[in-house]
Write a protein that binds this ligand. Sequence first.
Ligand code: LMR
Length: 332
Amino acid sequence: MKLSKLLLGLLLGCAALAINAQIVIKFSHVVAADTPKGKASDFFAKRAAELTKGKAKVEVYANSALYKDKEEMEALQIGSVQMLAPSLAKFGPLGVKEFEAFDFPFMFDDTAELHKITQGPVGAAMLAKLEPKGIKGLAYWDNGFKSFSANTPLKSPADYKGKKFRIQSSKVLEEEIRSVGGIPQVMAFSEVYQALQTGVVDGTENPISNFYTQKMHEVQKHLSITNHGYLGYAVIVNKKFWDGLPADVRGQLEQAMKESTVYANKIAQEENDHSLDGVKKSGKTTVYVPTKDERFALKKAMAPVHIKMTDRVGKETLAEFYKATGFDPSKL
Ligand code: LMR
């Protein structure tokens, strides 16, 4: 009798604990807190706490504090971390090669063209392709367009020849660098500053918000505003974890994500503009805006990447992208 009472008490105690237990969501990312992605993830954490009335707590780990590029995807799949916002380039190495279409040079002229994909059925279908990998895609968040930097000026395609450029792990980006005679070097984001400082690589590409907040301007003398390719994110969660959430909490988190996506896409351009001001004010890097002809020469030099990488990404996916953007590599 005594023992069964004890057991009952224990059971009730456990049930109460389970009911009151706070749901902790670890959200890991590799960039600084004061970037579009950093600010949007902090915004999500705040709204998640408010909307769930404290039932869910989102812990944001910025600047690769928990995991570096490659490790974070594995950590999500095994459930050591619940939420990430990797750049879209990170899904090719996972085996969902359609995402590499986002890496094609000069694919998008502006975010309006990009949003036709990320905010439409093509983008949604691409996120659905992550589900067999145990990943659920919740949203696309913008960063912006990449520019090239080095210690020597980058005006014509010939200026890239023989230089080592750090890129993310992407077969398309490898071809992009090779198309102008450069040498691609795949490296984790957290290692780029040191690699530039020590001369392991000569240059790199990234939106200015990443360039500035990682202090790359301290170790790169020239920044050329090429806007040659897009870098943005997919916010993803461990599917089993997400599907196992109480329905009311999941709904509140979905609402928090909706609001965070509006916020992320609103601040992305502002953050990049602000960072460009910072680079200019630092006086450490010469900022160069290529002329229309110089930019066209780069676009033409990189056009063969589209032809070469068509089969890798898939004709159907590329056709959808070209329909949205009007880009036609054969016309260059
Ligand atoms: C990079 O590795 O250059 C980017 O993916 C970093 C980021 O997440 O913005």
